[in-house]
Design a protein around this ligand. Structure first.
Ligand SMILES: C[S@@+](CC[C@H](N)C(=O)[O-])C[C@H]1O[C@@H](n2cnc3c(N)ncnc32)[C@H](O)[C@@H]1O
Length: 233
């Protein structure tokens, strides 16, 4: 893919998904207004400053990230099961974020921050090797051939993600779209910085499911669960 540079020399990234759906119910709109800015991982940072994971999650043993958490059921379940880990969830679709915030209130979790935007905008705010695990679950499939470059799994995005992943950190991907499975295997096989760990029809341990997965199973599709490790530099 051709590289496009902004005036400041940074790379342009386009987001093609939806940012808004139905009008939010008043209680959800209030959560967005009242809670979201305080949960942003870069809240209070000066423009251009880096996020310090130890300051964001004092005393937590690791930082894990979920890209495109949808309504956040998986993220909530994981954060509850791993209280010793700090989580950053990324999701640009505001209605999903609002649903997630409502769950976060109910579960009273204090180990999650929310980047309500394209995950890629976060990557250059995090220090090298900061992230111990990344989940990308049921990414938008972009099935039309001409839209394939929009798929999140591509070399440009992995070039941005890879440096912030620690040595041995896992990238976990689930998809129910056969062509996306093949696409992931092909892109990842071409990368010197990742090695495959597993490629299974059954989910990994502690898997709580996701909303999209439930839909895929209802509609008779068979998901695939793939794990890759960030290779030592
Ligand atoms: C098909 S949905 C899956 C949602 C959820 N993971 C699930 O399994 O229920 C894909 C999600 O990825 C989000 N997404 C797409 N591109 C993204 C990006 N660049 N950064 C963060 N999230 C993204 C979309 O907004 C959408 O909510």
């Amino acid at each position: 893919m051709a590289e496009h540079l902004r005036e400041d020399g940074a790379r342009w990234v386009n987001f093609y998904g939806r940012r808004r759906g139905k009008r939010l119910r008043p209680n959800r709109a209030a959560l967005i207004d009242g809670r979201l800015s305080g949960l942003a991982p870069d809240a209070g940072l000066e423009e251009g400053a880096m996020i310090a994971p130890e300051a964001l999650f004092p005393g937590r043993r690791a930082l894990w990230m979920e890209i495109g958490f949808g309504a956040g059921e998986h993220l909530l379940s994981l954060a509850a099961a791993h209280r010793d880990v700090g989580f950053i969830g990324c999701e640009p679709f505001l209605n999903g974020v609002a649903a997630f915030l409502s769950g976060l209130e109910a579960d009273r979790l204090d180990n999650v921050r929310v980047h309500a935007d394209d995950a890629r905008f976060l990557f250059d705010m995090l220090p090298e090797s900061a992230v111990g695990r990344v989940y990308l679950l049921y990414p938008d499939p972009w099935p039309k051939r001409r839209h394939a470059p929009r798929r999140f799994v591509n070399d440009d995005n992995l070039d941005l993600l890879s440096p912030i992943m620690a040595r041995g950190a896992e990238l976990r991907i689930a998809t129910d779209v056969a062509d996306y499975m093949r696409h992931v295997r092909k892109v990842m096989a071409g990368r010197a910085d990742f090695e495959p760990l597993s490629d299974d029809a059954a989910p990994w341990d502690g898997w709580p499911g996701t909303r999209y997965e439930a839909k895929a199973l209802r509609e008779g599709r068979a998901p695939r669960y793939l794990r890759f490790a960030r290779k030592p530099r």
